[in-house]
Design a protein around this ligand. Structure first.
Ligand code: HXC
Length: 510
């Protein structure tokens, strides 16, 4: 017995040391923490229960039988974040470069299956050289096993990927199938093919950072949802982020009591909208001012900035916020913003998070670039996402709600539960000038006549009254009462039940 205990201690020590002190030092010198150090920050103190620390690979090629490290390059198990259960795995770059092989993949799959059984989120910390070259196709099979479970877990438990080192080749597709991707600036990157292959195939010279660093993916591609300066900051932010999410698709999102009164008035909102309808204002000001404790967790803040998405709490309950941003491209919907918001709406709907939508949208972005890029299909993603969503949907039109974009942005017609408008709302087929130039085309050139027609149109349509008279909006509210009205609406909707017709699954325009 004593010998077994001693052997156990030896093995545990070996597992804890991963690839050895030299490689740990190298990891630190790159500004990165080790897998275990990362889990210590991510999880509540002393909550981590490790699984499969003694798992080893069974590869015998390239003398690998003499090169076994307990744990096989991934540290996994379960623990808590602020008292709530999560499953975690952290790839250990000090062991075979964190590369994924058969045993490594089996460990991850075991955790994912268990997370689904008990209904807890799964958080993966990626830091890996990809498929373990020595194991060849067996590694590819391991990846596919993980991909399969990513698909099965989607919409069942929240899946979060944190990219904390290399993540290249097909390996990127596991994070891509999860709900949110966090990245660490300067030390992480994601790409399907690295700079060398890019150079060979396209003769383009590009660095790993330019091709797939955190800045690239949080600004240009939108692959990354949130990027932070270093490992510690990123992990602490993930801890906070999880507080907005339910543990699974059968739960409501976690309630957090707040001293912020639900009927708090915000008088400054009454003067936020400029007199000139073409002048921008910052929609985020509205979001921050109406949210509990003025807190808003913005997702993809630097990508497709013409739409703002993220989480807030209203009267203690998490909500998803979607808001057109008049500060950027006048808040027009385009390909990127439709994809960004569409995916977010679907996440909220899958996980019982009510959606609060702020509308100030002059329409879809015109132009050949958008048409050639498929704005028809991509714009339809957001429309489809809103139309199929059965969670409580509250919509506030602050100013423009023009054309098809009016319909798309959680309108009454898409089963919006509570649709409110500020007095400044303009709900019409298009803006006054554009409308007049079409229906009074013959008057173009006669500036006085056009001005008079435009004013007539503005008087008639550029207001919320016609939509209100039809019941397309439920009430016209004072901006200062927005928080109160949203909180009351959410309380009314707390037991909302709505189901879509049975089907195998829908066919969203991908
Ligand atoms: C086995 C690997 C490995 C891998 C790295 N290592 N990647 N071992 N399989 N895929 C090992 C190295 O041999 C080294 O071992 C240690 O990890 C650290 O690697 P370094 O190269 O010293 O580190 P660094 O200079 O930081 O470079 C990191 C790297 C580079 C950029 C990730 O290692 C690299 O390019 N690796 C190969 C990446 C790759 O081509 N992977 C396959 C992609 S295809 P020692 O013992 O010296 O410490 C793929 C397909 C997935 O992943 C398909 C899914 C469908």
């Amino acid at each position: 017995m004593k010998e077994v205990v001693e052997e156990l201690e030896e093995k545990r020590k070996a597992a804890t040391l991963g690839g050895g002190q030299e490689r740990i030092d190298a990891q630190h010198n790159r500004g990165k923490l080790t897998a275990r150090e990362r889990l210590e920050i991510l999880l509540d103190k002393d909550s981590f229960e490790e699984w499969d620390a003694f798992v080893e690979h069974r590869c015998t090629d390239f003398d690998m039988q003499d090169n076994k490290i307990p744990g096989d390059g991934v540290v996994g198990g379960y623990g808590t974040i602020n008292g709530r259960m999560v499953f975690v795995f952290a790839q250990d770059f000090t062991v075979f470069g964190g590369s994924l092989a058969e045993a490594h993949a089996v460990k991850i799959c075991k955790l994912m299956n268990q997370a689904m059984k008990v209904g807890a989120p799964i958080i993966g910390l990626a830091d890996s050289g990809g498929a373990r070259i020595q194991e060849g196709v067996v590694s590819l099979g391991g990846y596919a096993d993980v991909f399969q479970l990513n698909a099965l877990a989607s919409g069942v438990v929240p899946q979060i990927s944190v990219i904390m080192g290399p993540c290249a080749g097909g390996a990127v597709y596991s994070p891509a199938m999860t709900d949110f991707i966090f990245m660490v600036k300067d030390t992480s990157y994601m790409f399907v093919t690295g700079p060398d292959v890019v150079k060979t195939v396209t003769h383009e010279v590009v660095t790993a950072e330019e091709l797939g660093g955190a800045v690239t993916h949080s600004t240009k591609s939108g692959v990354c949802d949130c990027a932070y300066e270093n490992d510690v900051e990123t992990l602490l932010m993930v801890r906070r982020f999880v507080n907005y999410l339910p543990s699974n698709n059968r739960e409501k999102p976690p309630y957090r009591p707040t001293p912020d009164k639900s009927d708090r008035m915000e008088m400054s909102l009454d003067t936020l909208i400029p007199d000139n309808p073409n002048k921008p204002y910052d929609i985020k000001e509205v979001v921050y001012k109406i949210a509990d404790d003025n807190e808003f967790w913005e997702i993809q803040p630097d990508h497709a900035k013409n739409i703002v998405i993220g989480f807030a709490r209203m009267d203690g309950h998490p909500v998803g916020i979607v808001a057109n941003q008049p500060m950027v491209q006048a808040g027009c919907l385009d390909i990127k913003s439709s994809i960004k918001a569409g995916r977010f709406v679907r996440f909220c709907d899958a996980f019982n998070i009510p959606i609060v939508t702020f509308v100030d949208v002059p329409g879809f972005m015109p132009g050949s670039a958008q048409e050639y890029g498929g704005i028809i299909k991509h714009g339809a993603k957001l429309l489809f996402a809103y139309a199929e969503a059965t969670v409580p949907k509250i919509t506030i039109i602050t100013r423009k709600a023009y054309g098809g974009a009016y319909d798309v942005m959680a309108s009454k017609h898409l089963r919006g539960d509570v649709n409110l408008a500020w007095p400044s709302a303009e709900i019409a087929v298009m803006g006054p000038k554009g409308a007049v130039e079409i229906i009074f085309r013959n008057d173009i050139g006669d500036e006085e006549k056009i001005a008079q027609r435009t004013e007539e149109y503005r008087q008639k349509f550029a207001n919320p009254f016609i939509a209100a008279s039809r019941g397309f909006i439920d009430d016209i509210i004072a901006p200062h009462a927005t928080r109160k009205r949203i909180c009351r609406s959410l309380a009314m909707l707390r037991n909302k039940k709505l189901e879509n017709p049975w089907r195998k699954h829908d066919n969203i325009p991908l």
